[in-house]
Structures are given as C-alpha cells and as structure tokens.
Design a protein around this ligand. Sequence first.
Ligand code: NAX
Length: 326
Amino acid sequence: STTPLKVAVTGAAGQIGYSLLFRLASGALGDRPIQLQLLEIEPALKALEGVVMELDDCAFPGLAGVEIGSDPTKIFDGVNLALLVGARPRGPGMERGDLLSANGAIFTAQGKALNEVAADDVRIGVTGNPANTNALIAMTNAIDIPNERFSALTRLDHNRALSQLAAKTGASVNDITKMTIWGNHSATQYPDLFHAEIAGKNAAEVVNDQAWVENDFIPTVAKRGAAIIDARGASSAASAASATCNAARDWLNGTPAGDWVSMAVVSDGSYGVPEGLISSFPVTTSGGDWSIVQGLEISDFSRGRIDASVAELADEKAAVTELGLI
Ligand code: NAX
C-alpha cells in the first residue's frame, strides 16, 4: 500500500528518539512510506522542532510527513503503530513507588488516548522503563484495544545475547537462531541459550561451559545497560533505537521461518507465567500477530531463573494495583 503507515513516537526529543526517528524515516520498517506523529512534553517541544528540522534536511524519500505536539489525543489520532519511548527516569532520592506513580500517570493517560483515537489495527510497543509494567498499565487503560496489541521491548536484551554468544563462539550473529529472553526487562531477566542454535547446532553444546553461561553470559547481558552507562556516561540509545526498529519490523512483517524473537507480551499462562503478566517469551510473528513458541523443555536451572524474574513482574503488578493505576 502507498498510504503512509502512521507511526507515533513518544519522548521523541530524547536520546533514543534522536536515533530512532532517523532509522524509521530511512526505511527501518520496510518500503512503505511513514508519517511520524511525535509526542513530547511541552518544555521539550522546542528541542523537538530542531530534530524535525534535521529530519527535513535529510530529505528522506519515504518520510511522508511529521506532526509534533504534547496532546496524546491529537498525536495518536489514527496511528497504526505507537512506540512509547518517553518515560520518567528515576531521579535522585526517588523510591520505586514514586517511579511507578510518575510513569503510571504517563501510561494511564497514553493508554486512554490510544483507546480513543488510534487506528483499529494499532500495535503498541513500549520501550520506556519500567517497560513491562508500563505496557501493563497502558494495556489495562485501553479497554477496547485487544491485549495482544501491546508489547514491551526485550529485543535489545535479545540482541545483546546474540552478540555475546557470537563473541564467545566466533560465530556470526547471522548463524545464531532461537535465542530467548524470559521475564522482565530488568536485571532479573533470563537470557536463555539452551534452545539457541549456532548454524543448526545446539548453542549450549557448542559452548559446553556452564560456568561461562552462569557467571559471564547471563550477567553480562542482564547488566549491559549499566556497563554502557559506566563507559559512555549516558544510557544506551542507538542500540535501544535499533532494537525498537527490529521489534516493530518483525511484529508487522513476520519472523523468518526456523527462528523466533523475544517480545514481552501478555501471558496466557504458557510456561507457568501467570496469565495477564507482560513477560518476555520466545515468539513468532505473522500478519501482525504474535504467538508464543510452545513445547520447549525447561530445565530446573531455567525454571528457577524464569520464576525469579516473573516473581518480580508479579510484584510490580501488585504495586501498581495498590496505586490504583490498573
Ligand atoms: P531521555 O530522558 O533522553 O528521553 C526521554 C524523553 O521522554 C524526554 O525528552 C522527555 O521529555 C520525554 N517524556 C517524558 N514524559 C513524557 C510524556 N508524558 N509524553 C511524551 N514524552 C515524554 O531518555 P532515553 O534515553 O531516550 O530513554 C527513554 C526510555 O527508554 C527510558 O525510560 C529508558 O529507561 C528506556 N530504555 C529502555 C530500554 C529497553 O531495552 N526497553 C533500553 C534503553 C533505555 O534505557
């Protein structure tokens, strides 16, 4: 179709936005032209105008138009894809409850606005942290949008896991399939290489080093965000934007045969994850819909890791329920 895909990005004047918008406009989602609908808070609109000037200056052939504003009911009007990147970061002295309340205010309002004005086929990807719980809040507040249309980003963790495994084994990331991130996009996440394959061979057997899996691979992937802050003095931005594009492209266009991706989506009870939690799973996508890969054997080691991360999600859900956000 030549009708532009209407894509909303929130937090568009932020660090991730500065990379994401240019990737989207240069065709990261495919050949279909896009219309960008950019949401920011009032004080950031001037900076966003500068970013739009730069978008103009790229003369991207696939960029049909750009609209900016601070009212979600205007910006989300008719959008087919909403990438919710903007969130309230944890400030000094802020407790977890304060963080959940501040983000709760953002994601209840955005969920309601999407419910009111988004296109019937809207897909909503949440990058802003705490991503899983923000997605849960938006989903619960968008009562007419099917729950399956919401997902939180664990693709960056997935990509980090691919890259660590490639470095360890000398393989190319192109040869690695069936990587899985389970649970929360947080330090409790479980990057699982036991079902992954390297050129068709079981990755755990190729690595053959359980100590590396436990003491290097898992913590390196789970704490990569902190390592980047240490090195760069700022949190991951270009890689987060890249993963946001990968996730949206695969959701809309489908995963390749013989592979899967990681997405945090609403649980149907698969793998013992309580129904209704937004938890990361191995998923395949087709025609804009995802389904959780079924029938994987879960070892005791994996079970313990998945359960710990899922317990944290249940905890966050209890906290936002207590706060009246869902
Ligand atoms: P920045 O602080 O650079 O940008 C966030 C932007 O959001 C700001 O411009 C701010 O004005 C805007 N914003 C705040 N409230 C808003 C609202 N109600 N409506 C619209 N815009 C609003 O953060 P950045 O580095 O871009 O990161 C954005 C979010 O992504 C953060 O929550 C961050 O923690 C999260 N991340 C998530 C990752 C993931 O893998 N899921 C990885 C990278 C990143 O840490």
